[in-house]
Design a binder for this molecule. Structure first.
Ligand SMILES: Nc1nc2c(c(=O)[nH]1)N[C@H]1C(S)=C(S)[C@@H](COP(=O)(O)O)O[C@H]1N2
Ligand SMILES: [Mo]
Length: 359
């Protein structure tokens, strides 16, 4: 184990160090295809990566909301249940926190994320509901709490309906290979379209309960605290569930380009919804449609592109994504204490320089 607490290499040419020693974003100009290669998939861990032996590992399903507590081994998951594969994006609720702070002229505490706390994999695993069913979920059950085996025993409850969704799975593989330790080996939850913190890694227990559960991750962290977000329960603000809408340009910040025709690419994500349109704007020019070049699926980022022949000089590129619910990225995001859920259109600085001065 690396003294940093993560196992996989995190070279600067693929990943951006978010400062804590445990958190690394994917470099936006190295995101490559629809699916993020595992070597650059972002990492967000609150404690060092635990090294778990799959041969002795087990996942228990218990709580007052089940009639027969169950215990599944790694072999049970790999061999005794139907396996489902699906491409899904995971985004941290704190993605773009640094840009959010710059927008409001302040510095938010917490992981100093730029734009890279978002990645997409093909996940393979067992539907969570297939693991709940043998335990006999009671008619009064309302939540399923996922609990981790890491040093902080991270946990966060899910409403039963989301736990039973077609695309909520206990994943054992990522891009066709067993999970890497940093991403939750031997098994993690994958909650489609929700904040990354719902997708508990190093899963050890699923507690089905007949009462709502309150834990640090739905009362103090991963809640929206601020005047625009009145608290509805015992938490400091409403717990974040589905993610908002955002986009990024696949270029460094600031970008340096040559003054010649080229394709500008990027991605947009709308949480549980489908990205349906992407517009871009150069400097103070008109908004123009970008072409969406990937299948647009709920829970998965969409890729987009446009052609640009930039004039030499300093420019600002803005991108505004919209989803199938008619939601579009706003000009600004209301303040919340922990700097979550930044959705604003961002002004991406671009320097266009002659051939001899290009990088
Ligand atoms: N056990 C555990 N699960 C966890 C976390 C953690 O620190 N511990 N971090 C969460 C957060 S905040 C995010 S954004 C995602 C990141 O998943 P990744 O590291 O595979 O990209 O994992 C979630 N699951
Ligand atoms: Mo996160």
């Amino acid at each position: 184990m690396d003294p940093r607490g993560v196992c996989k290499p995190t070279p600067d040419d693929l990943m951006e160090d978010a400062g804590s020693g445990l958190d690394y974003g994917t470099r936006p100009d190295r995101m490559l295809g629809d699916i993020t290669p595992v070597d650059r998939f972002f990492i967000r861990s609150h404690a060092p990566t635990p090294l778990i032996d799959a041969a002795t590992w087990a996942l228990s399903v218990d709580g007052d909301g089940v009639r027969r507590p169950m215990r599944y081994t790694y072999e049970d998951l790999c061999q005794h249940f139907p396996l489902r594969s699906m491409v899904r994006t995971i985004e941290c609720a704190g993605n773009r926190r640094v840009l959010f702070g710059e927008e409001l002229g302040e510095t938010f505490e917490g992981t100093q994320w730029g734009r890279g706390a978002i990645s997409t994999a093909e996940w393979t695993g067992v539907r969570l509901r297939d693991l709940l069913e043998p335990a006999g979920v009671s008619s009064g059950a309302c939540e399923v709490m996922a609990e981790s085996l890491d040093a902080i025993r991270a946990c966060r409850p899910l409403p039963l309906a989301k736990a039973r969704a077609e695309d909520t799975i206990v994943a054992i593989a990522m891009n066709g290979e067993p999970l890497l330790p940093d991403h939750g080996f031997p098994a993690r939850l994958l909650v489609s379209g929700w904040l990354g913190a719902a997708s508990i890694k190093w899963l050890g227990r699923l507690e089905v309960s007949e009462e709502p559960k309150y834990v640090p991750w739905n009362t103090e962290d991963y809640v929206l605290i601020g005047p625009e977000h009145p608290s509805e329960g015992p938490g400091r603000g409403p717990a974040i569930t589905a993610l908002g809408i955002s986009s990024l340009v696949e270029l460094p910040w600031p970008a340096r380009l040559l003054p010649e025709p080229q394709i500008i690419r990027g991605r947009a994500f709308a949480g549980e919804h489908r990205v349906s349109e992407v517009h871009y704007r150069v400097d103070e020019g008109p908004w123009c449609p970008a072409e969406i070049t990937s299948a647009s699926t709920p829970g998965v980022w969409a890729r987009w592109q446009f052609e640009w022949n930039p004039e030499p000089g300093e420019h600002v590129l803005r991108v505004r994504a919209g989803d199938d619910q008619g939601r579009v990225q706003p000009e600004s995001t209301p303040w919340n204490e922990l700097g979550y859920m930044h959705e604003s259109v961002v002004a991406h600085p671009v320097q266009v320089v002659g051939e001899d001065r290009a990088p």
